[in-house]
Design a protein around this ligand. Structure first.
Ligand code: ADP
Ligand code: MG
Length: 275
């Protein structure tokens, strides 16, 4: 076979593609059209933000991607392949989700060791002890944390464990639903910095949901603004800093994020170079 000339590069397949996603809850008069035809694609190693006011459908988009909500229509592809309904076992090794509430997302009576070992056992992976210790190290926790229970951890430590659990099967994609919103501002900055470092170290692709545009500005290259289940504006994150937004809705979100949140986050987060 003839080698391809080097200037003819193969087209780059996005890591994650969402096409015309629709999610409807309930029937008849109680019907809620939570997601109404949302499309976006995320390149490998990119961090993509989803923003919008409470109830705009951000969490439902993430839940539909990972199969926790049933989509009514639309196509979801990972690396060009349509994800199966229901999700198969290999899916968990490609994509994982981290939830907002580090209190609710860990079983109250399971040790950290059990939380982190279980996915390994389910997937028949050996060297479990070494992997658990390494996963804890990756999120900045020492080996002694293996034997703690969730109530013996701070909010930030719990979210680190939740991140370690999401990464233990070495997925390529993380869906992050308000991963720091339940944390104090200083802890929030630490966890955001951890997520940035992990993305760079492990070449991860992120979809990050936040109601706070300052967080998305720090963490993401591009973002989608949602309102009432619809995609209303695609933006480069750099456009936020320059206030180059197209809709009044986004301008209002930006104004709402300008106050204490932005000050707290920007004062404690290391500058992330763009480019
Ligand atoms: P966001 O994460 O942007 O705050 P959500 O995706 O959680 O918004 O919710 C979008 C809309 O869908 C809201 O009106 C919410 O009440 C509704 N919704 C979410 N989950 C369910 C559900 N399981 N059943 C019925 N309605 C739901
Ligand atoms: Mg939500």
């Amino acid at each position: 076979m003839k080698a391809q000339p080097s200037h003819e590069r193969a087209p780059v397949v996005p890591m994650l593609e969402i096409e015309d996603l629709q999610v409807v809850f309930g029937y008849g008069r109680s019907e809620v059209r939570a997601v109404r035809g949302v499309s976006f694609s995320v390149a490998a190693t990119e961090s993509f933000g989803l923003v919008g006011e409470s109830g705009s459908g951000k969490s439902t988009v993430l839940r539909a991607i990972c199969g926790l909500a049933t989509k009514s229509a639309g196509v979801i592809r990972i690396a060009g392949e349509i994800v199966p309904e229901p999700r198969d076992r290999t899916f968990a090794r490609r994509l994982q989700m981290v939830f907002q509430d580090p209190y609710g997302s860990l079983h109250p009576r399971h040790t950290v060791d059990r939380v982190l070992s279980e996915p390994l056992a389910i997937h028949g992976i050996s060297d479990r002890q070494e992997r658990v210790v390494q996963a804890l190290k990756d999120v900045g926790l020492g080996p002694a944390f293996r034997f703690r229970m969730p109530h013996q951890l701070s909010g930030g430590q719990r979210q680190r464990v939740a991140i370690a659990r999401a990464l233990i099967l070495e997925p390529q994609i993380l869906l992050l639903d308000e991963p720091t919103s339940a944390l104090d501002a200083s802890v929030q900055a630490e966890v955001l910095n951890l997520l940035s470092r992990l993305r760079a170290e492990k070449n991860l692709t992120y979809v990050l949901v936040s109601h706070n545009l300052a967080v998305v500005d720090h963490m993401c290259e591009r973002l989608l603004v949602m309102q009432s289940g619809e995609a209303i504006e695609h933006l480069e994150a750099a456009a936020l800093a320059g206030q180059q937004v197209k809709t009044d809705y986004t301008r209002r979100l930006l104004a709402a994020s300008e106050g204490y949140d932005r000050a707290a986050v920007t004062s404690s987060i290391a500058f992330r170079p763009r480019g």
